[in-house]
Design a protein around this ligand. Structure first.
Ligand SMILES: *[C@@H]1O[C@H](CO)[C@@H](O)[C@H](O)[C@H]1NC(C)=O
Ligand SMILES: *[C@@H]1O[C@H](CO)[C@@H](O)[C@H](O)[C@H]1NC(C)=O
Ligand SMILES: *[C@@H]1O[C@H](CO)[C@@H](O)[C@H](O)[C@H]1NC(C)=O
Ligand SMILES: *[C@@H]1O[C@H](CO)[C@@H](O)[C@H](O)[C@H]1NC(C)=O
Length: 251
């Protein structure tokens, strides 16, 4: 099992072609206005992850992207540039799921409460959450986007990239990983190369306009399928946590 976050220190400096999603293509700028990019520190090292806006004050991401000094960028396309559409917002609270297991990566989900509300507009918007226990059938074609690597040895992407991935039967992942079909989704066809990869962690698996999964982990060589956190099984926790932290008011 290999987490899909990326240490910035491991990045070679980008020579021309930059790395990202495997087998995908660059998105039309701001066509995924819910995408968030952030860097964070754990024991002095900096890593990068993706996430997505689920309300004006909260971004959903993976628990393994937990760290300190998190500053989010919303409304970005080329993340290495200062674009007029970008909103950079510090994180007030990083709230990991209480049952997140850092060895099996079970319950790999985290809410980031923003220091101030994001301003919604053409480049910044909210992604719809699923209904509680809503199912996604194997064969469903979903998409995943990120600023992660294109292949094992390539550097980070500068612009947001996306690829389609097909939801697989649970057996495709339970044979490869420690996998729980109640809380995880298996996606990415083993006969294609299109997949999420390093640096895509925390980004959404979007099926018919709804966030159904969160990029969690896969194989080190980038071969599909990968494991995604199944958002529909965490809806009570998401709602309760957002409500609780909103009621507290400003510190
Ligand atoms: C899947 O990967 C192939 C090969 O890189 C690429 O041509 C194709 O556009 C990808 N499909 C999608 C939907 O991104
Ligand atoms: C998992 O978390 C425990 C408790 O916080 C910590 O002691 C341990 O080092 C962590 N393990 C890994 C692999 O990060
Ligand atoms: C799968 O996850 C559910 C929900 O957390 C849990 O109740 C169940 O025991 C887990 N199953 C296995 C085999 O770990
Ligand atoms: C609500 O938030 C407070 C303060 O952050 C925390 O101590 C408490 O455990 C939270 N309660 C729930 C039900 O999440």
């Amino acid at each position: 099992m290999f987490l899909l976050l990326l240490l910035v220190a491991l990045l070679p400096s980008p020579p021309g072609e930059a790395g990202k999603i495997i087998g995908g293509h660059e998105v039309t700028p701001h066509s995924r206005p819910y995408m968030a990019y952030f860097e964070f520190k754990t024991s002095g090292r900096t890593s990068v992850c993706g996430g997505f806006l689920v309300s004006t004050n909260f971004v959903l991401t993976a628990a393994h992207c937990w760290g300190s000094s998190i500053k989010l960028t919303l409304g970005g396309h080329n993340i290495r540039k200062k674009e007029e559409t970008q909103q950079v917002i510090p994180v007030k609270n990083a709230i990991c799921h209480p049952d997140y297991d850092n060895e099996s990566y079970a319950n790999d989900i985290m809410l980031l409460q923003l220091m101030w509300a994001a301003k919604l507009g053409p480049a910044v918007g909210v992604l719809k959450l699923p209904r509680y226990r809503e199912l996604v059938m194997p064969g469903t074609v979903c998409s995943v986007a990120g600023w992660g690597r294109l292949s094992v040895n390539s550097p980070l992407a500068t612009t947001l990239r996306e690829t389609d991935v097909q939801v697989q039967r649970d057996e495709q992942c339970s044979g490869r990983f420690k996998y729980n079909s109640t809380t995880q989704i298996c996606a990415g066809s083993p006969i294609k190369m299109n997949n999420s990869f390093l640096g895509d962690s925390g980004g959404p698996l979007v099926c018919q306009g709804v966030a159904q999964g969160i990029v969690s982990f896969g194989k080190k060589d980038g071969s599909p399928p990968n494991v995604y956190t199944k958002i529909s099984s965490f809806l009570p926790w998401i709602k309760k946590t957002m409500r609780n932290h909103t009621q507290q008011g400003p510190d």
